[in-house]
Design a binder for this molecule. Structure first.
Ligand code: GDP
Ligand code: MG
Ligand code: ZN
Length: 308
């Protein structure tokens, strides 16, 4: 019997998967028996750990797929129903890049990203870029409350090369995903970390251009010091949304921390007296802007809040 070799899927394109193993790169197809049954999700994606057998040198077959710890996916409508496209499996870190100005930061977008990673249990860090335009004080005024929630916040300037070394260290040995609005400086930051890295990585962005329906290749771009940055072309942040209003509570850490103290178990955290969430807002333990994002995700209209 041919020996099974463990490896990491670092590229996926039209049914071919490049697997990095201790014995080099092996370009694999998926063993037919793995494809049996109703297929409503990508069976293999970049970031998956697999067992492969080598056929010819450098080519082989994926025989087994290890269980996934987490993933970033989008639901794509097809004739046979919603298909779960896996953008990346098992990312270690999501890096959300926002500019302190130019463009003005949209915290609603950041909060949506954070809810997605909370749902999947993926560690997140917030990179606040272009501090050369604002100074630290203004940057902290806008983003400081995220540190209190527990998210690492890193203040950078790609242009002045500030904070880049610290960020680079945080990426070593990890599989990281970069996301953020267009113009925030993702490409510039990646280029500052490693020459041409920004060119190699097309980010998850809030691009407004209509996506072209071409077959995309997804890959992990290697970092010099070990680790990878995920290249996830053509994906819009809004595509990732698959969260119902009912589950939102659990994905705001600072809200889920206090809501057990509400007097009634069916508290809606909007108008009730003795609501622990409202109490925490009044005590500055929950930031009002976070609460606004929370309301929006729960599809509660702000003018329904009597104490606003
Ligand atoms: N002032 C300032 N401008 C920056 C900084 N980082 C990037 N930029 C500029 O912001 C614009 C968008 O940067 P880019 O890296 O393409 O953003 P991306 O769309 O997120 O990849 C470019 O004109 C950059 O030169 C920064 O730290 N400070
Ligand atoms: Mg870019
Ligand atoms: Zn409540």
């Amino acid at each position: 019997m041919t020996e099974k070799i463990k490896g990491l899927v670092i590229q996926a394109q039209s049914g071919f998967f490049t697997v990095e193993t201790g014995q080099g790169l092996i370009v694999c197809k998926l063993r037919g028996r793995l494809k049996k049954g109703r297929k409503l999700a990508d069976l293999v994606a970049i970031g998956d750990w697999v067992l492969v057998t080598e056929q010819e040198p450098g080519t082989g077959m994926i025989e087994e797929i290890e269980p996934r710890q987490s993933m970033i996916y989008r639901m794509a409508p097809t004739a046979r129903g919603e298909f779960q496209q896996v953008i990346i499996a098992n990312p270690d870190l999501a890096v959300f890049v926002f500019a302190v100005a130019q463009p003005e930061p949209r915290l609603r977008m950041l909060d949506r990203f954070l809810v997605i990673t909370e749902k999947e249990g993926i560690d997140s860090i917030i990179v606040v870029n272009k501090i050369d335009l604002s100074g630290m004080r203004k940057a902290r005024d806008i983003f400081g409350h995220y540190e209190k929630i527990g998210y690492p916040v890193l203040y950078t300037s790609a242009i002045k090369n500030r904070g880049i070394k610290t960020l680079k260290k945080m990426l070593v040995g990890k599989i990281s995903l970069f996301a953020g609005p267009s113009g925030a400086g993702k490409t510039s930051i990646l280029n500052a970390i490693q020459p041409d890295l920004g060119l190699a990585v097309k980010e998850v962005s809030e691009a407004t251009k209509k996506g072209k329906h071409t077959t995309v290749s997804r890959k992990l771009v290697p970092l010099d010091g070990g680790g990878y940055v995920a290249d996830t072309p053509g994906l819009k942040a809004l595509d990732l949304w698959d969260i119902t209003p009912e589950e939102v509570d659990g994905y705001f850490p600072e809200i889920s921390r206090v809501l057990f103290n509400c007097r009634f178990s069916d508290c809606t955290h909007t108008h009730e007296t003795d609501c622990a969430v409202i109490e925490a807002i009044k005590n500055n333990e929950i930031h009002l802007e976070r609460y606004r994002s929370y309301l929006r995700m729960r599809e509660v209209e702000e003018d329904k809040i009597p104490w606003f």
